[in-house]
Design a protein around this ligand. Structure first.
Ligand code: ZN
Length: 456
């Protein structure tokens, strides 16, 4: 992390070097984050904008100091999740600047109801989750910094990929404390953990003194490591079965399958965490699957535990791999992740194909369903989660299935693989998706698009 550098060094990803000290019992963290940013634009930059997701919660994020090339920043402004840092001098194209962000986090308690869905950032009695805890450089498009307004529906972060090197110190850490985080890990000291994760949209981790771990090697060689919150064994007619074993198996099988079908998974490990909050959540190299799905698992594949595990794994392609604007075009990752669940069932549980459509889709969006919003609605067009999921995820999956029916299975999967590869490491748009079809194919599917999508 040197000062300003031009031309002499190659243009690369943004680099984050993070040193965090977590007070586990007090649920606080003191963070020093050095960010080396390369100007890949054609014009000089006068400021750098960050997305500070932690600041969407009141009294959680306290900014203490901002530096530019190791000197106090001339000016900075933090409003909601958007932080603008003024540079000392305009940063020419091809040059790099090092910004220092020093802040404190007082983690929020994981709430009930819809607020509980953001439990990937916060604490419960048995877990600390640090998802979207570190500022990311905002996405830059057409000469502007893009940040999106906060709403309770869906996600609204748009991030480019970056390289992460994160050291977490936990002074007086309880002996049983385990940290679940992606990338390569080493232990510089008995109370320190260092993780290196290149090419990732963010860096998330989870901590608990109750974690039980197991790992499964997927057929493509990736290790799936699952961190569960204590016992997940249940008694069934077939004897004692383990929900965590099942989730790890689903993760390993779906990961190998999507690697074959879309593009190779880029890391040696995928971390699966039983999250002490509803539903699930995706991060680069790490997914949360809600504790409720483990607790309610009936011991059979027909379950949300299977569905949500496969769904969150699919986000390693449709989010972590191919990024998209999660606020304005949420269907791009969510419809694909939902349809990827079906692909998983089709491959591993072909007898359950009809069950999946009935349970996951038709029971909410039957043929007679009249959608309030099109598949390509923004998150801002919804005020309740069920309507959002019905319109974007479930009708989105129906649209993709209809497209497959029209194009044919081979052409459909060739298209998805082309999108996974062309979009890897980028923030893709619907145009990027549709223009990978030939003009002839686009004519062929025009009526399906008209049925599901808005006019513009
Ligand atoms: Zn999703």
């Amino acid at each position: 992390m040197q000062g300003q550098g031009c031309a002499s060094e190659p243009i690369g990803h943004t680099q984050h070097l993070v040193d965090a000290t977590v007070n586990y019992p007090r649920r606080t963290a003191q963070v020093s984050q050095m960010v080396r940013y390369f100007n890949t634009d054609v014009a000089p930059l006068e400021d750098i904008v960050f997305t500070v997701e932690a600041n969407r919660f009141p009294q959680v994020f306290t900014l203490e100091e901002v530096t530019v090339d190791h000197e106090p920043a001339p000016a900075y402004e933090l409003t909601g999740r958007r932080m603008t840092v003024t540079l000392l001098d305009p940063l020419p194209p091809g040059c790099a600047v090092t910004l220092g962000l020093h802040f404190r986090l007082d983690l929020p308690g994981v709430g009930e109801g819809i607020i509980g869905h953001s439990g990937y950032f916060g604490f419960t009695a048995r877990q600390i989750n640090l998802g979207h805890w570190l500022p990311t450089v905002a996405y830059r498009a057409s000469g502007a910094w893009i940040t999106r307004d906060v709403t309770v529906i869906g996600e609204q972060v748009v991030s480019e990929i970056a390289d992460w090197d994160v050291t977490v110190h936990v002074p007086d850490s309880p002996v049983a404390l385990k940290i679940a985080a992606p990338g390569t890990m080493n232990r510089p000291a008995s109370n320190a953990w260092r993780f290196v994760l290149p090419g990732a949209r963010e860096f998330a981790l989870s901590m608990s003194t109750q974690f039980e771990t197991r790992s499964v090697e997927a057929a493509n060689g990736t290790t799936v490591e699952l961190f569960s919150l204590g016992s997940t064994r249940i008694q069934t007619d077939q004897g004692l079965v383990d929900a965590a074993d099942h989730s790890a198996e689903v993760a390993a099988r779906s990961l190998a399958m999507y690697s074959d079908l879309f593009s190779p998974y880029p890391y040696d490990r995928l971390v699966v965490v039983e999250g002490d909050f509803p539903d699930g959540m995706e991060f680069s190299g790490l997914i949360f699957v809600g504790a409720g799905w483990f607790e309610q698992w009936p011991g059979t594949p027909q379950s949300y535990l299977t569905i949500i595990t496969a769904h969150e794994v699919a986000h390693q392609w449709w989010y972590a791999g191919v990024g998209s604007d999660q606020a304005l075009t949420p269907w791009l990752d969510e419809a694909l992740a939902t349809y990827s669940e079906y692909i998983f069932f089709e491959e591993y549980y072909p007898d359950l194909r009809d069950w999946w459509w009935q349970f996951r889709v038709y029971s909410f969006v039957p043929d007679t369903f009249v959608a309030s919003e099109p598949v390509d609605a923004t998150v801002y067009q919804f005020d309740n989660l069920r309507a959002y999921i019905n319109a974007v995820y479930l009708r989105g999956a129906r649209m993709l299935h209809d497209l497959r029916g029209s194009l044919g299975t081979d052409a459909f999967f060739t298209w998805l693989a082309a999108y996974a590869q062309a979009g890897a490491g980028r923030v893709a748009t619907p145009d990027d998706f549709w223009t990978l079809l030939s003009a002839e194919q686009r004519t062929q599917i025009a009526a399906i698009r008209a049925r599901y999508l808005s006019d513009d």
